[in-house]
Design a binder for this molecule. Structure first.
Ligand SMILES: [Zn+2]
Length: 271
């Protein structure tokens, strides 16, 4: 990706299922070899979490082969480039703030509702890290006290109630088969959770991507906005709006590039 945020080349590969951390890393470096120019200046990574501060070790829930994997050190060792590793949802927030629907919006949440529910926060133009680098885990805002068991160990989190996995469990089939009532319920629960988040952080926009949210489309966003407006009654959050992301599925990738350019001192609109 160049410094203007134009994606020059991309490659996809599937994640090896074997538990060997080196097999996963080898697949990654093979994909990098397909796209990296000889004069690459930096590496930016958006990884699923959880991770330790600065992405020093990553333990993506859906990649069992990596538990405490020292991704940052390995990349620095193998590529000898300035490297930044951050969460994929935080990368999404940077991408949307740089080139997407968050451009020029000082305080917003960018999030995904897909297999899981995750997010990243930009407040006053700054990407929030939090004490351990994991700020923005909106998927674990509780919206149904005593509700469904969540992967985090709690109950009734957004992720346990409206993720693709959760909806699939509720309807006994893929989330894409959800009927209007289920779409309405998911949208309302999202808006209810977001009301607290918007009030807490004085947000002016929430950008939502991910296959479940975008697949449900307009009725889902309408229900989310209705619930948000029903429940956030303070003047300053009255204008907060839930909208689809601007970059589609490429947001986290654009954001990973933005994190790399930011590391080199370029202005990507998010500090
Ligand atoms: Zn949870």
């Amino acid at each position: 990706m160049d410094e203007s945020g134009t994606l020059l080349r991309s490659a996809h590969c599937s994640t090896p299922r074997e538990p060997d951390p080196e097999a996963v890393y080898a697949a990654l470096t093979k994909a990098v070899a397909q796209v990296a120019p000889d004069d690459a200046q930096a590496l930016g990574v958006g990884s699923a979490g959880p991770m330790t501060v600065g992405g020093e070790t990553v333990s993506p829930l859906n990649i069992p082969g990596w538990r405490g994997f020292a991704l940052l050190a390995r990349l620095q060792e193998d590529y000898a480039l300035p490297t930044v590793v951050d969460g994929d949802a935080k990368a999404l927030a940077v991408g949307e703030g740089w080139k997407g629907a968050g451009a020029g919006v000082g305080s917003f949440l960018a999030m995904v509702v897909s297999t899981g529910v995750g997010g990243g926060l930009v407040v006053d133009g700054r990407l929030l890290d939090g004490a351990s680098g994991n700020a923005g885990h909106v998927g674990h805002v509780v919206v149904v006290p005593g509700g469904a068991l969540c992967g985090c160990g709690s109950h009734g989190c957004l992720e346990a109630e409206i993720s693709g996995t959760a909806i699939g469990r509720r309807i006994g089939g893929p989330a894409s088969g959800a009927g209007p009532d289920e779409v309405e319920r998911a949208g309302r629960l999202l808006g209810e959770g977001l009301a607290s988040v918007a009030n807490l952080l004085d947000l002016s926009r929430v950008l939502v991507g991910g296959s479940v949210a975008l697949g449900f489309g307009a009725p889902f966003f309408a229900a989310a906005n209705a619930a948000l407006h029903d429940l956030s009654r303070l003047d300053f959050t009255g204008g907060c709006e839930v909208r689809p992301v601007g970059l589609g599925p490429e947001g986290p990738l654009v954001g990973a590039g933005g994190l790399a350019w930011r590391l080199l001192g370029h202005d990507v609109g998010v500090h």
